[in-house]
Design a protein around this ligand. Sequence first.
Ligand code: PMP
Length: 358
Amino acid sequence: MRKYNFSAGPSVLSVEVLERVQSQLLDYEGTGMSVMEMSHRSKPYEAINNETEALIRELMGIPENYDVIFIQGGANLQFEAIPLNLAKNKKADYIVTGNWAEKALKEAKKFGDYVEAASSADKSYSYIPATSRKSFRDGIDYVHYCHNNTIFGTKFNYVPDTGNVPLVCDFSSSILSEVVDVSKYGVIYAGAQKNLGPAGVTVVIVRKDLQEQFAPLCPTMLKWKTQIDNKSLYNTPPCFATYVAMESMRWLKKLGGVKAMQKINEDKAALLYNFIDSTDFYTNPVNKADRSIMNIPFKSPSEELDEKFLKEATAAGLVTLKGHKVQGGMRASIYNAMPVEGVKALVEFMKKFELANK
Ligand code: PMP
């Protein structure tokens, strides 16, 4: 029996994708072996590698003047790769809207002049700060921000205006969930384990004119150019994770692509927010205009009731709803592959729980 899994990541994959992977597990397209067992230099894997790139290019509308790589190390490794790859002046500004953005800045600080340009820490990261060109210093290599804050349930509903300064953005928990104008960015990166596929593969999208600004000491494996020049095959790639990402993107394309998915995601999020807003039993701490459509934190009136909620929800097949430890309470992560039935089941459960515990 499959449960409704609200995990923040790794997270739910579509049943259709899982079944397809299962059907190809012992014999991938007549090769007599699994993708897990296959050389990354083989023709079938080359086809997977090429299609994965072609699909993300098509789904996100990535312009020709960008390269896309699928690599290992997660978003965390990119926190260090970014200052080492964009190191003309060793100086950049960060918008800090949560733990991940904070960590990105912390890593960069080791390498030069990296500072916080704006922050929402004053109100426990419950909103997205406004910024303008004036918020950023002169002579910087880039401005970094995190599009969707997985822990705090906020998201940027505007693209910061940085003039000619490249924007670098962590899209780990929102990639492929809504339409994005890639041409506004210098670099986009995301771990796959929420909307793109399973854990193990990280996508990095880099504008061509930003590929020669790496620090002389940038390690070969951290240098984007290394993988760009080798079509993500410089070293052994995360073959199986990339293959499942390809299948997930085929599924998304069949559903109508990112625009259609965005509508589904907005509808799913509205179901939950509308219910939360209609009661005074549950609360969501986020400024309404800055609410995420992927991660929705909420609380009941007390910590004791939160605990009871989580226990009873789990027994009802609604699992991994515990909030991040810095937030407490509950958090429903409703990524692309969470069916609308899962959100409806959660809302029904919340209604019953409220009636029984008011
Ligand atoms: N950024 C964001 C927005 C995230 O949600 C996460 C993981 N939950 C990370 C970065 C860290 O990603 P990874 O574990 O792939 O390094």
